[in-house]
Write a protein that binds this ligand. Structure first.
Ligand SMILES: [Fe+2]
Length: 204
């Protein structure tokens, strides 16, 4: 067996070649944290919102205008704030293009997992973070990495993925969903919510 057989796969989390957003266009992380909650939740169920672990904020016009001008694909985007570890879950999108503005801590790792977790674990995630880190779960890590800030990366979000580590402050990012990566919501209520969000996004 060659050395490459032991290397972790690198196709689940990868840096991508999108233009870097000029820093002067981006609000301070603190200002983003203080914004009111806004946006469509592309995470299935949104269960981790219950504990204020995760919130989405309206992206600033300067950043939005810059992205519209510099990206040659249709997309929607939010600022996203994590207040703590995000347990394994799937999104309602196959992949996301993310751009970290503050990592939230030095050792915080994003992991994409093979496998599923029980419905009970999925719905009541208290303690699940600990079980992931202790290996007491049914998931096998496909790829795990400490992602650098201010670099675009593509993350597979139709597989279980989590963000774990020691948070010394909130983790703040820009999350872009190319329209082609949206798995269209089956639930009519969600579809309606999504339509309203898209219309609002287009108008502003
Ligand atoms: Fe997610």
């Amino acid at each position: 067996m060659t050395l490459s057989n032991y290397a972790m796969d690198t196709s689940y989390i990868e840096y991508i070649d999108l233009p870097i957003i000029p820093k002067e266009l981006i609000p301070e992380a603190k200002a983003i944290i203080d914004l009111p909650i806004w946006g469509f939740d592309t995470d299935g169920g949104g269960y981790h919102k219950a504990d204020n672990k995760y919130s989405t904020k309206k992206i600033s016009m300067t950043v939005k205008d810059w992205m519209v001008e510099n990206f040659n694909f249709d997309f929607v985007a939010n600022f996203v704030v994590f207040n703590g570890a995000i347990p394994a879950h799937k999104d309602m999108r196959t992949s996301a293009y993310n751009y970290l503005l503050d990592t939230g801590g030095e050792d915080i790792k994003t992991t994409v997992w093979q496998g599923e977790i029980s419905k009970e674990d999925y719905e009541s995630y208290t303690g699940y973070n600990e079980r992931i880190t202790s290996g007491d779960n049914n998931l096998i890590a496909l790829q795990s990495m400490v992602i650098e800030p201010f670099r675009w990366h593509k993350l597979r979000t139709d597989l279980m993925h989590s963000v774990n580590g020691t948070y010394s402050r909130p983790r703040v990012m820009i999350s872009v969903t190319p329209i082609e990566y949206l798995s269209f919501p089956k639930n009519p209520e969600t579809a309606k919510k999504f339509k309203v969000w898209m219309e609002t996004w287009d108008k502003e």
